[in-house]
Write a protein that binds this ligand. Sequence first.
Ligand SMILES: [Zn+2]
Length: 340
Amino acid sequence: MHDLHIHLGGAVPSPVLWEILCDNGLRTEHGDFTSFHESLTARPDEVKSLDDFLGRYFQVTEEIQSSPSAASVSAYQVVAKAHRRARVTALELRFNPYKRVRHGLHTMDAIILAVMQGLERASLHYGVATGIILSLGRDLPLSANWQIIEAAIKWRSRGSLNGANGVVGIDMAGPESRSLELSKPWMSEIATMMEKAREAGLKITYHVGESEGTGPEGMLSVIDAIHPDRIGHGIELRRAEGRLRSSLIARLQDEGICLEICPTVNRVTRVVPDFAAIGLFVRDLADHDVPFCINTDNPYLVHTNLRNEHEIVGKELGDDAAPLLKLAMQHAQQHRFLTA
Ligand SMILES: [Zn+2]
């Protein structure tokens, strides 16, 4: 099984984060592990929206992971847990290095190297193919995003060893509510960045259409400007109608852009009312030959794993579960950025 959409900030078990926090002597408002664990458990009845979800949990987890040793341990544990819990055999881990330098105390190079070393150990120990996708931030200044692009190019494909691939791609992530994808000047600058990364051999994925903030219009704008290899979520396609829907479907088909579906997170952030909506969406994509794969996104914040995500979708698909889940796995294999 392949997990192609999983964030370092939402995939590390809370006991691991707690131990890092204690070992580093970081102050916290939580006096004990139980209260800390509860604070990092996202529930649909508490989370109001995608923006709320991102703001509520990631600041804390990113702060804890903001040192080379913490980043390395975190990356290792993501792979180890994914393999033990769900037999994951290939994993592309995404994170934003700029958000882990602890206000300039560390360098991005040191953080990226540490994550790479954690993944190399995990690949060696568990036989999992791994790679890094560096996430840009919609909530960062353009100058910071340029720094991430330069770092990704510098660290690209450090060489594949025992299944560890180094930096393989670029992502865009962060709150969607400012609808930046509908701003021409912003999109144009991001397209220049992405093109530079692509010329250096990096693949592109892009969080868009995860909520109504960007919506189906944002998806079309990103496809026009960037031609990504994959799209993070794209679940808002299900709300598109008329000409917008038909052009989006045609573009996804023609350009072979794979949608990275993450069921539980979409439910927790209330972008879908229930899992039945995900089942309908998967059928719709398959009917129109739009590639899709199933992923976890933030497994430890929403208490899931890849096997569970497949089961959730399978339950909604009834008799079609086996062929459609097989199709999702084939698409993951075909559209992965990992080469080894
Ligand atoms: Zn994501």
